[in-house]
Design a protein around this ligand. Structure first.
Ligand code: ADP
Ligand code: 5GP
Length: 203
């Protein structure tokens, strides 16, 4: 399974803050080979337990604006007063090497990726209910009440973008959400256009 391909699949995962994206991604990466998580650049402060270069590359606003000016980002967006962006070079190298690349990005960034890379897979992840989203943000205990309120407001706006995505995953139980994403990735691998190299012997 997961044999190296000629070109990797770009996968965009979006969902409101606190829905469980990082949790689901960590589980997916522990189960699946040949997939790279794109570590984003951000100007926000690290949360307790977050490591520079692992969860995010934490940079200043000046450094981030330098990257924008030098066209080093595939996409970027401002989210609750901080910049977040994806390094173009890091993902291009992996895709060229046949490795799938997973982006955890919000809806404005995802729209920019869709315009530049229409072949990417777009997955949106939702909680089982809005109340559960609020509970998870509180339980995570990493953000102030103000920030949590801002993230919940933002979530309502983000849900409106769901029709622009290909797949909707519900993160009720982590293992079920991971299973659904695995199924989506496997189905994408079975597309005829992704199996052209195998077909040559039957021509
Ligand atoms: P995100 O990356 O989307 O902001 P996190 O992965 O940080 O979200 O998860 C937010 C909180 O919800 C964390 O405390 C995490 O442990 C918890 N969580 C994630 N998935 C689930 C789930 N399926 N059921 C219950 N709690 C969850
Ligand atoms: P958080 O601060 O909770 O880690 O992330 C806030 C939001 O920023 C999440 O919706 C997350 O998906 C998004 N995000 C993380 N990295 C990037 C990125 O590189 N680009 C964009 N556009 N959004 C990102």
């Amino acid at each position: 399974m997961n044999k190296k391909k000629e070109r990797g699949q770009l996968i965009v995962l979006s969902g409101p803050s606190g829905v469980g994206k990082s949790t689901v991604i960590a589980e997916l990466l522990s189960q699946r080979d040949n997939i790279y998580f794109s570590v984003s650049y951000t100007t926000r402060q690290p949360r307790v337990g977050e490591q520079d270069g692992v969860n995010y590359c934490f940079v200043s606003r000046d450094e981030f604006e330098g990257m924008i000016a030098r066209n080093e980002l595939l996409e970027y967006a401002e989210y609750v007063n901080n910049y977040y962006g994806t390094s173009l070079k890091a993902i291009q190298e992996r895709l060229d090497a046949g490795i799938d690349v997973l982006l955890d990005i919000e809806v404005q960034g995802a729209a920019k990726v869709k315009a530049r890379c229409p072949d990417a897979l777009f997955i949106f992840i939702i909680p089982p209910s809005f109340e559960e989203l609020s509970r998870r943000l509180h339980r995570r205990n990493t953000d102030s009440e103000d920030v949590i309120a801002g993230r919940l407001e933002k979530a309502k706006v983000e849900f409106r973008e769901i029709p622009n995505y290909d797949y909707l995953v519900i993160n009720d139980k982590v293992s079920d959400a991971v299973g659904e994403i695995e199924a989506i990735l496997t189905a994408a691998e079975c597309r005829v256009e992704n199996r052209r190299s195998i077909l040559t012997q039957f021509a």
